[in-house]
Design a protein around this ligand. Structure first.
Ligand code: AKG
Length: 222
């Protein structure tokens, strides 16, 4: 079974292997305002999955605030449909859409979006504002690119290889914001048939890190 849906139409491909693509103007200003209005009073400290327990927990590595979007709102359904068109996956495969908000000094350290027990084959990250001084870049050290937040822009990548194996190279950093704020929307696409991710423990991940060189120079996509 193949897990990638490429070639994907309408995406500006930045890297083929590992795949990284950009869709500028994925959301328009009206959609963005609607998304932020739905969650701005609901933000809570962002969570990460604890590597030992597999439970969601607050962590020093992710210091932003987050909120999930109400699944049945028309706007959210429309965004899910658009995501399905671009990614090629069914909208039933989406997790609840999650908005993230960073203020001064907040960041998300290097992480992979789908350590166990998660099974997120693909991620779409949509920026909901322009960030001052091009801060808050999403940096992919194994791919060699750092993407600047740009209002309405979506970044898309796979967290597993086409054969369903875990891909450390999709790991990324939400770089800190020191001026202003950063809003983004996380769209995670689930796939239940991925390979046995019980093997993905700390030792396995360390070995994966050693397999691939990180790029010394990052190209910034403005
Ligand atoms: O804010 C970013 O640039 C990255 C966000 C992210 O990786 C996440 O929320 O999982």
């Amino acid at each position: 079974m193949k897990f990638h849906k490429s070639p994907i139409e309408g995406i500006n491909v930045v890297s083929n292997d590992p795949f990284l693509g950009i869709i500028d103007d994925f959301l328009d200003d009206k959609e963005i305002k609607g998304v932020i209005d739905l969650v701005k009073d609901e933000l809570k400290p962002s969570l990460t999955v604890d590597k030992k327990t597999g439970e969601y927990t607050v962590s020093k590595t992710r210091t932003s605030h987050s909120a999930t979007l109400p699944k049945h709102a028309t706007l959210v359904q429309n965004i899910a449909k658009k995501c399905s068109t671009y990614s090629g996956y069914n909208k039933e495969q989406l997790e609840e859409l999650q908005v993230v908000h960073y203020e001064k000094g907040q960041k998300f350290d290097f992480h992979h979006d789908s350590n166990p027990p998660l099974n997120r084959i693909c991620t779409m990250l949509v920026y909901l504002n322009d960030v001052e001084n091009y801060e808050g870049l999403t940096t992919f050290p194994y791919v060699g690119y750092a993407v600047a937040p740009k209002k309405g822009r979506a970044v898309i990548w796979y967290n597993f290889k086409d054969d369903g194996e875990y891909d450390i190279r999709s790991g990324h950093v939400g770089s800190p914001v020191t001026k202003g704020e950063k809003w983004a929307l996380n769209i995670w696409i689930k796939e239940n048939e991925l390979k046995n991710n019980k093997e993905i423990d700390k030792k396995f991940i360390e070995a994966e890190h050693k397999k691939y060189p990180q790029k010394k120079k990052l190209e910034v996509i403005l």
